[in-house]
Design a protein around this ligand. Structure first.
Ligand code: PLP
Length: 411
């Protein structure tokens, strides 16, 4: 059926994802854990198979046909990422293992070099552990201080408090674009504007944003932007760190090894140009090429249409969930992505997850690697449905019907 808002046929879109035809316990798979990882379209699976079956060779090294071809495809994927993020140059695109590695790279290379004992790094209270712990490690090793900006009961960053905390001692701001635990969309452009007015660089964790809204790093003005391929229909083990060239050039390398050098002798090693300076060793070539295929695919679908569809699902899902007796949604920001985190009466999130699983419904139960968010809302865990553009109203109905059954079990 053609959706009026998006103009596409959802059933046709779903046919691109072979896993969505699978059954679990004899029930159709209802996959609602897209914030953890997204499913892969056939074209990404085929690209990986094709690479390993017919094109496998190391890059930047061989003078033979296959290696040159692999190098070309690897380079072309970098160019695709540049276009996808609207970066000024493909030298600003560093391939890493994922968002976690990207943030660790910045904490390590930028933090250890440019932050001094007593300097502060400011983050909002809604961060994923991967945007907390690297800064805590830096605090332990380099004596910097981690400062946390509070969030309100809706799960929104309290901007007035954030501004108050943005003192002269703050030398770095690191902020999530979209919260994986709450769905909150942060006003990243405004945060960057405020920080830059004081000369403070900003890293944006885009793990939950890139598959749901279009990102323009130049428009946002951020200095670093991190995301993971597997949350963008691509393979696991590959991700991207965008960094402004001027900063990347000043930063020392992350790891030493092959490819990141121009020349090596025991007396002196000269590092390679960007982006290779940050890509030591053989990278995840197949993953990078697969990520390129994922970007082509999602760009073909269109992030504008994806946003329309997901916002419709969010509105519908919110209304339906609130009809379940005793259900409370955690994360009710005005600007919200299609993430529905909730608690249900006395039922534990893991019990809810298990009951839904028996019906083929995959949702997440736990702290979502955001324990401080759970502490803020005084809950041990939440149940979370996180939606993607291939999800349907029928799938939400299936989840909600199962939740009504949960309430009967726990009455
Ligand atoms: N940041 C956010 C907001 C996330 O949701 C996640 C993963 O769930 C990460 C960072 C870490 O991503 P990865 O495990 O792919 O490195």
């Amino acid at each position: 059926m053609i959706n009026k808002g998006t103009g596409w046929d959802i059933e046709k879109v779903r046919r691109d994802f072979p896993i969505l035809r699978e059954q679990v316990y004899g029930k159709p798979l209802t996959y609602l854990d897209n914030a953890a990882t997204t499913q892969k379209p056939q074209i990404v699976i085929d690209t990986l198979t094709q690479y390993y079956a017919k094109e496998n060779a190391n890059i930047h090294r061989g003078i033979f046909c296959l290696s040159e071809q692999a190098t070309k495809r690897y380079k072309s994927a970098r160019h695709k990422v540049q276009g996808f993020l609207h970066a000024a140059s493909d030298q600003e695109i560093i391939f890493v293992r994922g968002t976690t590695e990207a943030i660790n790279l910045v904490a390590h290379c930028y933090g250890k070099t440019f932050l001094k004992p007593g300097d502060e790094v400011l983050i909002p209270h809604m961060e994923h552990h991967s945007n907390i712990v690297p800064w805590q490690i830096l605090a332990e090793q380099n004596g910097i201080k981690l400062k946390v900006a509070p969030i309100n009961d809706q799960g929104e960053l309290m901007m007035e408090e954030f501004v108050k905390l943005l003192t002269d001692r703050v030398k770095f701001v690191s902020v999530v674009h979209v919260s994986n635990a709450l769905g909150t969309v942060n006003s990243v452009k405004e945060i960057v504007r405020l920080a830059h007015a004081k000369g403070i660089p900003v890293l944006v964790d885009g793990a939950q944003a890139v598959a749901h809204t279009s990102v323009d790093v130049q428009d946002l003005g951020c200095d670093f932007y991190a995301f993971s391929g597997h949350k963008l229909l691509g393979p696991t083990g590959v991700g991207v760190l965008y960094g402004r060239k001027e900063l990347l050039e000043k930063m020392p390398p992350y790891q030493g090894g092959g490819d990141m050098i121009r020349s090596v002798s025991f007396e002196k090693t000269v590092y390679n140009d960007l982006p290779y300076k940050f890509e030591a060793g053989t990278p995840h070539i197949a993953g990078v090429i697969g990520l390129g295929a994922a970007i082509d695919y999602i760009s073909g679908i269109g992030l504008d249409r994806i946003e329309v569809h997901e916002q419709e699902l969010l509105k519908y899902g919110t209304k339906k969930l609130l009809e379940v007796p005793g259900l409370r949604i955690i994360g009710t920001a005005k600007q919200k992505s299609a993430i529905l985190s909730f608690v249900l009466g006395e039922a534990h999130a893991h019990d809810i997850g298990t009951i839904l699983d028996r019906q083929g419904i995959a949702i997440r139960a736990g702290h979502h690697c955001a324990m401080p968010v759970m502490q803020r809302f005084k809950v041990p865990a939440t149940t979370r449905a996180s939606l993607a553009f291939y999800n349907t109203v029928e799938e939400i109905d299936r989840m909600v019907a199962a939740l009504h059954e949960v309430t009967e079990v726990f009455q």
